[in-house]
Design a protein around this ligand. Structure first.
Ligand SMILES: Nc1ncnc2c1ncn2[C@@H]1O[C@H](COP(=O)(O)OP(=O)(O)O)[C@@H](O)[C@H]1O
Ligand SMILES: [Mg+2]
Length: 172
C-alpha cells in the first residue's frame, strides 16, 4: 500500500517523514534525480518529469506500507493521501526562517490558504482517500502519531477538514 505524504513547502513533510522512518519505509521523491528536467530560476526549484516519477512509484506497489514523501506525491498512483497543513501566518514564519524570498513565500502561503494541494488530491483520488493533519503550533511527534493512526485506522477523527480561506479576506 502506498501512502502519499504531501503538503505545501514548509508544512512539515520531511520532518514528519523522518520520524515515521522508525515505522515505515519512506521514499523521498526529491531523491529521484533522474526525474529532474531543468532548474526553474523563477520558482527556484526543479521542474520534474511527473510521468517518469509515476512509473517509478508504480514499481513500489505491493503489500508493504510505503510512504511517498514530496509536494507532488499526491499526483502519484497511491492508495491514500495525507496532506499536512499549516496556518498561513505560521507557514510564513517557517518559510522566512528557511530564507525563502518574499515572492516565493507569498506564493506558498496563498496556495496553503486556498487549500490547493488538498483540492488537487481530492480531484485525483476522491474525498475518501484524502486526510488532512494540522501541524500549526503542534509538536512534531504528535503530528507523526496522528499520521500513523490515519494510516493504520483510516480514522477521520484525526483528520478534520481544514479551512483557512477566512485568512485571505484579512489580506485585502
Ligand atoms: N508540528 C510540526 N510538524 C512538522 N513540522 C513542524 C511542526 N512544527 C514546526 N515545524 C517546523 O516546520 C518546518 C517544516 O520543514 P520541513 O519538514 O522541511 O517541511 P517540508 O518538507 O514540508 O517543506 C521545520 O523547521 C519544522 O521543525
Ligand atoms: Mg521537504
Amino acid at each position: 500500500m502506498l501512502i502519499a505524504l504531501t503538503g505545501t513547502p514548509g508544512t512539515g513533510k520531511t520532518s514528519i517523514a523522518k520520524i515515521l522512518e522508525k515505522d515505515y519505509t519512506v521514499v523521498y521523491l526529491k531523491a529521484y534525480e533522474d526525474a529532474r528536467l531543468y532548474w526553474d530560476d523563477e520558482r527556484e526549484s526543479y521542474v520534474v518529469d511527473i510521468e517518469l516519477l509515476k512509473k517509478e512509484v508504480q514499481k513500489l506497489k505491493g503489500e508493504e506500507k510505503i510512504i511517498i514523501e514530496g509536494h507532488y506525491s499526491h499526483e502519484m498512483p497511491v492508495d491514500m493521501v495525507i496532506v499536512l497543513r499549516c496556518h498561513p501566518q505560521e507557514l510564513e514564519r517557517r518559510l522566512e526562517k528557511r530564507g525563502y524570498r518574499k515572492e516565493k513565500i507569498k506564493e506558498n502561503v496563498e496556495a496553503e490558504a486556498m487549500s490547493l494541494i488538498t483540492s488537487e488530491a481530492i480531484i485525483r483520488h476522491g474525498k475518501n482517500k484524502v486526510f488532512e493533519v494540522d501541524t500549526t503550533g503542534r509538536d512534531e511527534m504528535d503530528v507523526a502519531k496522528d499520521v500513523k493512526r490515519i494510516i493504520e485506522e483510516r480514522d477521520r477523527k484525526f483528520a478534520p477538514g481544514i479551512n483557512y480561506s477566512e485568512e485571505i479576506l484579512k489580506w485585502y
